[in-house]
Ligand binder design. Sequence first.
Ligand SMILES: [Zn+2]
Ligand SMILES: [Zn+2]
Length: 294
Amino acid sequence: MSQSIPWKVSLHGGHSGDFCDHATGSLREILSAAVQAGYSTFGVSEHAPRIEERFLYDNERALGWDVEKLKSDFERYTQTLPALQAEFSDRIEVLFGFEAEVIPSQTYPILMLAHRQNHPFDYMLGSVHYVREISMDGSLHSYEQAIETCGGLENLAIEYYETVADMAQALKPEVVGHLDVIRKNAAPYGSVETPAIQRAAERALEAIRACGAILDLNLAGIRKGLGTPYPAPWLLIKAHAMGVPFCFGDDSHSPSEVGDLLEEGRAYLLQHGITTITALTKRGGALEKRVIGL
Ligand SMILES: [Zn+2]
Ligand SMILES: [Zn+2]
């Protein structure tokens, strides 16, 4: 049996082909991979269902999926995860989470908080994948549409961080996902680090600090070829200076991505003078934060 390592904690990932169109492998295979990777705590944060047809991904449409399918997959997830959590408990602490969406923009807080009320989730991961209900985390085509709708890249990025701040206030999630995912598709269009954008990002950080959330040091940033995890160094440094803590997120969507790039993430934190992570754990009974040295 592989040894679990205290700092190996991920609070974002574990998406599986059982419940997600763009993930592969079963949830059981994902959890076995997490044990193999030496995780001490592994949070599974399956995507919340999108409840209107207009938000379906092209891939989901091609598969013939509809809103009812997404809802029933999520319900199945909420049944499956707690059973596996118990089954794996002698090898690894599995936390039961979900990744919230900010769509539809007027009603998402009610919807996401209802998920929490209806199921025994350990935590919520608050992520922003949409600005003005347009996906900026998906195709370049829809990113361009978002730029056009907002009146330019700078405005899009500012609105993105405003959406993050609103989400943090409305949902008070335990963890905030991939804080600067706005940069994933930005390169062909310009900079998302202008002074006005940085001010908006700082306001988002203030909202995150106010709700006590942990920031996701998200390794998909490296996987997407951005050179660093999310968030980028300037944002990492700012968050750290403001006292906002970090925890890893491998953002795994397949067994091979589980635990991948964790060492790089650890080196990135240490390189910027961040020597601890703040994990979530239920080892003491109730969910609590625990500071762990790197
Ligand atoms: Zn996903
Ligand atoms: Zn996400």
